[in-house]
Structures are given as structure tokens and as C-alpha cells.
Design a protein. Structure first.
Length: 473
């Protein structure tokens, strides 16, 4: 390995160790021929400290020949660690100096001989549809096993994230700050439901996941994704999170839930649709209250629900939808009004009209048909430091573009990327709604404060090596 590459690894040694998924990187290096099967055995020795095994991995890597550095960059790109790639390689195609209008077609095109298929970590939707999983198979494979989102190099997001240059400090007034200075900054838990037992599919939700992963990776968060879990697997996974060190050791936790939403008649509660059933939004929130997750007491917990909360549509949204369609008369619009997803639309059309409806449909909504109500869930009283953001207001639908992702997540990623270096999260959510109002006037977002009484600055790109202080009371 060239000296300049060794120096680059040494300069970023701490970041590499902190952000490395050891088993995944060892697997990638083995498949690329950097290490033989015999050579990777020491990195699997669980009797040794995991951090020390990571250090040993990168020390050994510097002695693995002239191509080892290139394989390192390729591996980091494949797992979405684009910030590390930029730090290691000043000539990387992932640097912001590249015009967002002309992103590189394939940053890892030099890896033409790689046979990496990610079959152990990624799930191919097209392949999964060819077979039927039993509930037992789904639960066994999903619980406590976060999925890694597939990274297609040509589809890497290219919105610019402004980094912080200084930490915000308490200014002496009654609003104190949550501490957010460590690396990793916190953890993002993504529960995404794109496929369901009735074979419907939420187009564009995968774009939301990819953009959120990119955004929070750049913010210095550990990202754990859980996709298409059953109802029971969702609840079991939530229970298991207390045993995940990355979660209870985090300075702050973001939980994103993306699915269809099912309104409870006469109640403010909403159900989230899982692969085969429904879970209340309060089921998600309850697992993180001070009673069920005392390790997170005093730490900020932000929930983001990308779901419908009813069947109402904003008039301006319907008008804009018809204008963008450029087809269909008022009778068509009246017939489709109140139908909240593509599957529901097709139930209202004859077979000959379905193709036309698909061509006209440019946006979708994250709702689900009404059904029998589940018992009311008591969110509990022992709650604090919780902020709950919704993509829409009670009773209304939430829109999603099949190509660009949901309206709300589009606005959130743009605002957080541009303003998180200078604004705290309360302000950011207000700015997200302002962006919705100007870009997507057919939708209004909302958020609730449950004892979230400090300011949360995310300080993207800025870290402090000092140990985190105990939560202040």
C-alpha cells in the first residue's frame, strides 16, 4: 500500500474503528480477496474485544498490497459510509464539489470484477415475490436483525449537508440543551413497511429510506433498518432494542416509521400497518418511555411517522393532482375521492380502466381501509424527552410520490441538510412544514411535545472526544 494511503487510514483511524460493522467489512474484504479464509479467523474471535479486533483489521489492511486501499473505498461505498470515503480520498467522486445535477454514474465502477451480490444482507423484492414466506419464517429472520439497505452507487443522494463549525452552548436562559457531541451522535431506527400480505406495494418508500440513511449517516448516526416486519416481529423487535448497545448508549434516538396508516374512529390514535396486521403508534412510543427504557431517560427521543391519519384530502391537493394528471373528468375524481392507496383505487375501477388509472396516478397516500378498531392503548404517564412528528394532521392523508418519495420526507431531508447546523429540532420541524406549504401545498405536517423541554442541536460533522456527561435533571 502506498504511504499516502497508509497515512490516510492512520489519520482517520478512530473514525474507521468507530463506524465499522466488523462482520460486514470482514465479509467484504474476504469476497474481494483482500484476506483469505484463514486470515479472517482472528477477527471472528469473540473472546477478544470488538474494538481491538477492528483496530487489528485496519492495521493488517495496510499490509495487504497496493489494491487494498481501493478495496477499502469500494467496501465503504457499498455500505453507505460515504462521509468516510470523502475523508479518506480527496479525489473521490462523492465529494460535494461534484455538481448535484451531474452525479457520478458509478463511483465504484473500477470494481467491475466484483461478484458481490449482498445475498446475505439484502432482500430482493422481485425474488421474494416469487415465493411465499410463512409468518414463522418472517419472524425468525426479522427479530433483532436490522436489515442493511441496498446501495446502488448511481442512486446515492447528492443533496448537500451543511456541517457545523462550532457547538451550540447553553445561553443562560431557561432553555437548556441536550448533549449531542459524541461519535456516533446517536442512532436512527427505521421501521419501513413497503410490502403487505395482500400483495400491495408502497412505491417510493425505498427512496425515503435511502435519503434518510444518507442524511443521518452524514450527521454521524448509526442507522438500523427493519423492513416489512410482521405485527408480532415488530413488537418483539421493539422489546429487543433495550439489549442493543448502540441504542441504550446513544446520546439521542430517532425512530422513523413509514407505512400505511389506519385511523381509529373517534380517536386521535392511529394504527401503523405491518406486513400482516397493525400496531398502534403508541406501541412504538411506549417502548421508549422512562419505565420501559430507563437507560434513555433524560435523552432526546424523536419519532417521525410517515403515515396517513385519516381519509380526508386537502382540496388544493386534489386540484393539483388532476392538473398534473392532465386527464380524467370530475366524475372520475369524485369516484376516487377517499380512496387512500393504489390497491383501493383499483377496487373502484373496471379491468379496462385500471391501466389508465395507473398512468394518471402520480402520487400515492399512506393510508389503509377502515376496519375493526383495536383496544385503546394507554401511552403511559412516565414519559419525557419525547418529540413526535407526523407527516400530516389528524384525519388527513399523507402523500407519496412513487419516484421521488413521500412529500414530507423530501421536505424533511432538504431542511435538515441545509439548516441542522444552525437550528434546533423544534425549529427544523417548523421549517419542514413551511417547505411543505410552499412546495407541496396539499399537505400540512404536525408535531407533539411530550416533555421535550430542551433544545436539540444535531451538530452535523462536529464531534467531541470528551466522555458524555450524565443527563442533567
Amino acid at each position: 500500500m502506498q504511504n499516502e494511503h497508509k497515512n490516510s487510514i492512520q489519520k482517520n483511524f478512530s473514525s474507521l474503528v468507530e463506524q465499522t460493522d466488523l462482520d460486514l467489512m470482514v465479509s467484504l474484504f474476504y469476497e474481494k480477496g483482500v484476506f483469505s479464509e484463514e486470515m479472517i479467523e482472528p477477527y471472528k474471535d469473540t473472546s477478544k474485544d470488538a474494538r481491538e479486533r477492528k483496530r487489528m483489521l485496519y492495521r493488517d489492511l495496510t499490509r495487504r498490497g497496493p489494491q487494498a486501499f481501493e478495496h477499502l473505498l469500494e467496501s465503504l461505498t457499498e455500505v453507505g459510509k460515504w462521509d468516510l470515503v470523502r475523508e479518506l480520498d480527496p479525489n473521490s467522486a462523492l465529494h460535494y464539489s461534484r455538481s448535484p445535477r451531474n452525479p457520478p454514474r458509478n463511483p465504484s465502477s473500477s470494481n467491475k470484477g466484483s461478484s458481490r451480490s449482498h445475498e446475505n444482507n439484502y432482500v430482493s423484492i422481485s425474488e421474494e415475490k416469487k415465493r411465499t414466506k410463512t409468518e414463522k419464517e418472517i419472524n425468525e429472520s426479522a427479530i433483532s436483525a436490522p436489515s442493511r439497505l441496498p446501495v446502488v452507487p448511481s442512486e446515492i443522494p447528492h443533496f448537500h449537508i451543511v456541517k457545523s463549525t462550532k457547538f451550540h452552548e447553553d445561553d443562560g436562559d431557561e432553555f437548556k440543551l441536550y448533549r449531542t457531541r459524541s461519535r456516533p451522535r446517536g442512532v436512527l431506527l427505521m421501521f419501513s413497511y413497503t410490502e403487505f400480505l395482500d400483495e400491495t406495494f408502497r412505491r417510493g418508500a425505498d427512496v425515503d429510506c435511502r435519503h434518510l440513511k444518507y442524511l443521518f449517516d452524514e450527521f454521524g448516526f448509526k442507522v438500523l433498518g427493519y423492513n416489512n416486519l410482521t405485527q408480532q416481529a415488530t413488537l418483539d423487535t421493539l422489546k429487543s432494542l433495550r439489549q442493543v448497545e448502540d441504542v441504550h448508549a446513544a446520546e439521542c434516538v430517532f425512530v422513523v416509521v413509514s407505512s400505511h396508516g389506519h385511523e381509529r374512529a373517534g380517536l386521535s390514535d392511529v394504527d401503523v400497518c405491518c406486513y400482516d396486521g397493525r400496531v398502534s403508534v403508541y406501541d412504538f412510543i411506549d417502548f421508549f418511555n422512562n419505565t420501559n427504557f430507563p437507560e434513555l431517560q433524560g435523552k432526546p427521543k424523536v419519532f417521525i411517522f410517515q403515515i396517513c391519519r385519516g381519509l380526508k384530502e386537502n382540496y388544493s391537493s386534489r386540484a393539483k393532482h388532476r392538473e398534473r394528471d392532465g386527464a380524467g373528468d370530475q366524475a372520475d375524481a369524485d369516484e376516487l375521492e377517499g380512496v387512500e392507496d393504489q390497491a383501493g383505487v383499483e377496487e373502484h375501477l373496471s379491468a379496462g380502466e385500471k391501466g389508465d388509472a395507473r398512468e394518471r396516478e402520480e402520487i400515492e397516500r399512506d393510508g389503509a381501509p377502515r376496519g375493526a378498531d383495536r383496544p385503546v392503548v394507554d401511552p403511559g404517564r412516565d414519559v419525557s424527552d419525547i418529540l413526535i412528528a407526523y407527516s400530516t394532521v389528524p384525519g388527513f392523508v399523507s402523500y407519496r410520490d412513487p419516484e421521488k418519495g413521500s412529500w414530507y420526507i423530501q421536505a424533511l431531508c432538504e431542511v435538515f441538510a441545509a439548516r441542522a447546523h444552525e437550528r434546533h429540532v423544534h425549529d427544523l420541524l417548523t421549517l419542514v412544514d413551511q417547505r411543505l406549504a410552499t412546495t407541496f401545498p396539499g399537505q400540512t405536517s404536525s408535531y407533539e411535545n411530550w416533555g421535550f423541554n430542551r433544545r436539540l442541536y444535531l451538530h452535523p460533522g462536529l464531534y467531541d472526544d470528551e466522555p458524555a456527561a450524565a443527563p442533567r435533571t
